[in-house]
Design a binder for this molecule. Structure first.
Ligand code: NAD
Ligand code: UGA
Length: 473
């Protein structure tokens, strides 16, 4: 069946991808009705909240786009079946985390949410529906979705109802913290599929704001695989530069100087060469783990172990930082207060999934210190849940013991503390008032800068001992 025109879009999953992606799509396509649905009713209520400060995710520029388009051509709803039934095109933008148990645990993607979305589309859709994979998926997942949809197609058509589907892969490349800009001005839009008509209809939607030269069409499997590989390459660069940060510390050289010199080679380029406490976020580790799983599945064990090292270096970098902090503080953290500046996995987001702060805080708590944690966008409850998910040894009644707090600002976090650890590069941490901080902290006081954002000479002048990642001077 051929579709002539798209008027109504449904997106399943109102998360970090579904919400911003559909907001930008609706903003650039006022002729379309876009409905974002989610099984999490509380999340939908937050997307609909009058006070835009209560949107479930923080992204610069997002609240303006929501306020401009919400309830005009952009809707958030928990009525999944109704939105699917009305849609000509359904985006699947649900979570695809790593499996926690069963076959492939720790590596394979858990496709339970993708499969349930496919079943919902199969059940509730009417006429011809174009199904677009937006979630990041293992190569060949479109085949699973196709098989589910086809089974319903056959069953429905037996009852003389006519239902049919086309499947496209349209992976998302936005990064959190810059999502709106990435969506408005993408480096490329990738569309994979074998139905030329469906590809054209999706392409036409993007053409309303993206230059044609940036829209790449390809086959389904290459599209699915390209997304995994893009993330793997980005993460590989971070592990590469992080491994060299340790070498810089050992050889009296400086990682910023090395990054700059290396990145000026056009063939290498300057991006993703910032050393730090290791990559966090919900996707890099998950997508590389999935890549490793797929390689092993096809018997490519050498390829799998090559990529495994990207994850190993990432874990090692976080452990290395925790060890350095303990060593510098005389090998003993008990009775000490440590101020953690930043808990989100990167600046300009409230997302803490896989944040390096989680494992570093765990290591420090296990050494017996008290942590005062400040992050401008992460709520106390979220930090509590992340810490709770860690099995911290020797603290059975962990939450009865008063071993951490969420501070309301930098100064509350640093009052009477022994050391500051910067873990996220929030703007407000770049110009710390060292004079004031020195006056409220204990002596000797330390600052550990894992993001290379402080002015070291100023900190030293004001009495701080400093340790900067990758700085061997
Ligand atoms: P998320 O967890 O923030 O959001 C997913 C949402 O889907 C959740 O709110 C969940 O309740 C909902 N959901 C799950 N099953 C559902 C169902 N059957 N019906 C309705 N709603 C359902 O996840 P995310 O960060 O938005 O990521 C989504 C996908 O996009 C993942 O595959 C991820 O790898 C990929 N991706 C994420 C990013 C990112 O920056 N977060 C960027 C590019 C790609
Ligand atoms: C990443 C990719 O950049 C996106 O293209 C992709 O769509 C997304 O994953 C996804 O699939 O989820 P994101 O994780 O949101 O986006 O953010 P990044 O900017 O890539 O940062 C990831 C982690 O790497 C952060 O912890 C960040 O601090 C760290 N990082 C990044 C560095 O340590 N150094 C750098 O030079 C860059």
């Amino acid at each position: 069946m051929k579709k002539r025109k798209i008027s109504n879009i449904c997106c399943i999953g109102a998360g970090y991808v579904g919400g911003p992606t559909m907001a930008v799509l609706a903003d650039n396509n006022p002729q379309l009705k876009v409905t974002v649905v989610d099984i999490n009713k509380q999340k939908i209520d937050l997307w609909n909240s009058k006070d835009l400060k209560n949107l479930p995710i923080y992204e610069p520029g997002l609240s303006q786009i929501i306020s401009k388009n919400r309830d005009k051509n952009l809707f958030f709803s928990s009525n999944v079946s109704e939105a699917i039934a009305q849609a000509d095109m359904v985006f699947i933008s649900v979570n695809t985390p790593t499996k926690k148990k069963g076959f492939g645990a720790g590596f394979a993607s858990d496709l339970k949410w993708v499969e349930s979305s496919a079943r919902e589309v199969a059940k509730y859709s009417k006429g011809h529906t174009i199904v677009v994979e937006k979630s990041t998926l293992p190569v060949k997942t479109a085949q699973t979705i196709k098989t589910i949809l086809l089974a319903y197609e056959v069953r429905d058509n037996r009852q003389n109802k006519s239902k049919s589907f086309s499947i496209l892969s349209n992976p998302e490349f936005l990064a959190e913290g810059t999502a709106i800009n990435d969506l408005q001005k993408p480096d490329r839009v990738l569309i994979g599929g074998d139905d030329e008509n469906a590809i054209k209809l999706l392409k036409d939607i993007y053409l309303n704001w993206v230059e044609e030269s940036k829209i790449l069409t390809t086959d389904l499997w290459s599209s699915e695989l390209s997304k995994l590989i893009s993330n793997a390459f980005l993460a590989q660069r971070i592990s590469s530069i992080n491994s060299i940060s340790a070498l810089c510390e050992a050889t009296q050289s400086n990682i910023n100087n090395v990054s700059k010199a290396v990145g000026m080679d056009k063939r290498i380029g300057p991006y993703f060469l910032e050393a730090g406490p290791g990559f966090g976020g919900s996707c890099f580790k998950k997508d590389i783990s999935n890549l490793i799983y797929i390689c092993n599945h096809y018997g490519l064990t050498e390829v799998a172990s090559y990529w495994e090292n990207v994850i190993l270096i990432n874990k090692w970098q976080q452990k290395r930082i925790s060890k350095i902090i303990v060593e510098k503080l005389f090998g003993n953290l008990s009775e000490k207060k440590i101020s953690i500046l930043g808990f989100a996995f990167k600046s300009n987001t409230n997302d803490t999934r896989e944040s390096p702060a989680i494992s570093i805080c765990k290591d420090l708590l296990e050494e017996g210190c008290f942590l005062s944690i400040y992050d401008p966008k992460v709520k106390r409850e979220q930090i509590k849940n992340e810490l709770k998910s860690q099995k911290i040894t020797d603290t059975d009644d962990y939450f009865k013991k008063n071993i951490w707090e969420k501070a309301k600002d930098i100064y509350e976090a640093c009052n009477n503390s022994d050391a500051i650890v910067i873990l996220t590069s929030w703007e407000e941490f770049k110009n710390l008032d060292f004079k004031k901080l020195y006056s409220i902290m204990k002596s000797p006081c330390w600052i550990f800068d894992t993001r290379n954002i402080i002015k070291p000479l100023e900190a030293k002048r004001n009495g701080f001992n400093i340790w900067k990642l990758g700085d061997g001077f």
